[in-house]
Design a protein around this ligand. Structure first.
Ligand code: PG9
Length: 635
């Protein structure tokens, strides 16, 4: 039997992801070949042929459904398939093991313009329903499904699609015009609005280091995923030295990364980005869909919620579902899910539980007529209590919004500020000395692992910096359970004409007796202290120039107290009795978020060195300007 080199199927495939797949595959290297893989070039309506691998279980007796994944990152067994027309492979990839007891024909396709697929890489979620010849991911999926059901021997005429991130987007976007044979999809961490709250921007604030490095990964070479070769160990230094974001292109990439340059050329929510917000064209739940979201997703935290909520508006047959859990981007397919960052999850293997108990039964029901339809709308792994919860509606009907207020003495409480309280706390935000988004030295985004879990990192690394404000509650005298959308309202001013505010909702562990004990398969075990750990539950940035309009930025009035609504997305977490609730506020988050010059410029990526100036930031804590976070409290 053969040992084959697996390329990770997962979106954003990078070296560690490949290494994981390879390691798990090697374990099975001596098993009997269980599948046959063959490569075909499937024709699209405009004549482009897309490289597709069809993996069939050996000894298949009856007709089986097809499960299709469409990715820009390379299909599995790329190297093997490139040289031969068909090949035996010995074992399932980790991410499809759970399906195989029911039996599926697995199909992987490289998107047009990637690897051996012909045509131009689209790198867009455009879809014009009035132009049936438009090259887009909806039509490519349609043509592929049409070809598969007509040409793959022994298929049962039903197709499912699934995938994480980019492959989640290519699954989810089929909702806009599904092929009749497409009977179920599971979009997982699909980006839905790249300017608003997914990979590239958050409310217009450019995700500089991630987007730049992602564009290198995907666009530098058609035939492989590429990592940028930095000349500093700490990329914080590299980005600071680069200065104006436009210099990345001027000095280093010289027009080679068209999508990166598009990000710089379109700083505002213009027609370019509105076209990318494909989920807004969803008219309802057209195909049964299992949306999957991670609460610590560092790339596409909002897309699945956008798609879920938009489909929910018209879901007459109740076929739109959401699963969310304690996962980084795609964590439910890439780890066993026994922990999130350093937090163990009560003995659960949340990824395996999701795959075995939710994902596989979902496809079995819609593609095999086996088992039962999900009896819930949302199935969520709640952290803190470390339990799976099912909800008949999401948000749950029993949620009561309760506001937790920031006070000028640095406390946080459910009591609103009093009339005579001091009006504000303040700090100087200096773009020349930005707050790092994770502890330095900051490694490149890919291929190292820290990127995956940075959203779980202990926030003590910035606590007490002079440009970070901290507000803390007393220890809770009972559990505080939140389930639903979390919404911050800052009342703030700046001495500049533009500014960012970053707000973090944090669960502070007690000072004694908190630890995670890990063990490995060899029987070794070790402990990590979590005493006083500042565990982020929700974090978000807003950019002042877009407070009034996302499409037409306007300057802030220096010194004017303004309300900043900041959505912190949906969460399900229990702050346990004895823990404290903390809020941190700062104005830089570098180099993840590009620096705001804090003076008025028409385009931040083109700001000059002299435009970057320090500003005095004030967070108001009065009865007229009560900064607070509204929590969805569930008793
Ligand atoms: N988050 C990645 C991505 C998807 C779509 C567009 C841009 C980036 C990914 O992991 O695929």
């Amino acid at each position: 039997c053969l040992v084959v080199a697996l390329v990770s199927l997962a979106a954003g495939a990078s070296q560690p992801r490949q290494a994981e797949a390879q390691a798990s595959h090697t374990e099975d290297a001596h098993a009997t070949s269980a599948y046959t893989a063959r490569e075909v070039m499937i024709p699209m309506r405009d004549g482009a042929h897309l490289q597709t691998v069809i993996v069939t279980p050996k000894g298949q007796t009856g007709p089986l459904p097809i499960l299709l994944t469409r990715t820009p990152y390379g299909i599995p067994d790329q190297t093997v398939i490139d040289t031969e027309a068909s090949k035996d492979i010995s074992s399932a990839l980790p991410s499809w093991k759970a399906f195989q007891k029911d039996g599926y024909i697995m199909v992987y396709q490289n998107l047009r313009g990637r690897f051996k697929s012909e045509g131009q890489f689209l790198k867009t979620a455009r879809f014009d329903a009035n132009d049936p010849m438009q090259a887009n991911e909806v039509n490519d999926a349609w043509d592929t499904i049409d070809w598969l059901v007509k040409n793959v021997p022994n298929n049962n005429g039903r197709v499912g699609m699934y995938g994480v991130s980019y492959a989640g987007m290519t699954s989810g976007i089929t909702l806009l015009h599904p092929h009749p044979a497409l009977k179920a999809i599971s979009e997982q961490a699909a980006p839905a609005d790249q300017w608003m709250n997914d990979d590239n921007h958050h409310y217009g604030a450019l995700r500089e280091s991630y987007t730049f490095e992602y564009c290198v990964l995907e666009q530098a070479d058609k035939n492989k995923n590429t990592n940028y070769n930095f000349d500093t160990h700490d990329v914080y230094d590299w980005y600071l030295r680069v200065g104006s974001v436009r210099n990345t292109d001027k000095l280093y990439t010289h027009g080679k990364l068209s999508y990166w340059n598009a990000n710089l050329d379109h700083p505002d929510y213009d027609a370019f980005w509105q076209e990318e917000a494909w989920y807004k064209k969803i008219t309802g739940s057209t195909v049964p869909n299992l949306n999957v979201a991670g609460f610590w997703d560092q790339e596409d935290p909002m897309g699945p919620w956008d798609i879920f909520y938009k489909s929910q508006a018209h879901d007459p047959n109740d076929t739109n579902f959401i699963v969310a859990g304690p996962w980084f981007h795609g964590g439910w397919q890439r780890t066993d899910g026994a922990s999130i960052g350093p937090m163990l999850l009560g003995g659960h293997k949340t990824s395996k539980e999701f795959q075995d108990e939710t994902e596989a039964p979902f496809f079995a029901y819609y593609l095999h007529d086996k088992g039962e339809k999900p009896h819930w709308k949302a199935r969520i792994f709640e952290t803190g209590s470390n339990t799976w919860q099912t909800y008949p509606t999401w948000p749950d009907k029993h949620v009561t919004p309760q506001s937790i207020y920031l006070h000028s003495d640095g406390t946080l409480s459910f009591t609103a500020p009093k009339k005579n309280d001091a009006p504000y706390r303040q700090y100087i935000s200096d773009p020349a000395n930005p707050v790092p988004y994770r502890p330095r030295p900051i490694s490149p985004t890919f291929p190292v692992r820290e990127w995956r879990t940075w959203e779980t990192m202990d926030q003590r690394f910035v606590d007490h910096r002079p440009d970070v404000l901290t507000f803390t509650s007393t220890p809770l005298d009972q559990d505080l359970r939140i389930a639903g959308p979390v919404q911050a309202h800052l009342f703030a001013s700046t001495s500049g004409q533009d500014s960012d505010f970053i707000i973090k909702l944090i669960d502070v562990f007690p000072e004694k007796g908190q630890k995670s004990i890990y063990s490995n398969d060899e029987g070794a075990s070790w402990a990590q202290s979590l005493d006083g750990y500042q565990f982020p539950i929700a974090m978000e940035v807003r950019r002042g120039r877009y407070l009034r309009s996302f499409s037409y930025p306007t300057p802030l009035v220096p010194g004017k107290v303004t309300e900043w609504p900041i959505s912190l997305r949906d969460h399900d977490h229990v702050f346990l009795k004895g823990h404290r609730v903390m809020v941190q506020i700062q104005s830089t988050w570098f180099p993840l978020i590009d620096r705001n010059p804090q003076t008025w410029v028409t385009s931040i990526p083109d700001a000059k060195t002299a435009d970057f100036r320090a500003a005095q930031q004030r967070i108001y804590t009065t009865s007229q300007a009560p900064s607070h976070i509204t929590l969805p409290v569930l008793q």
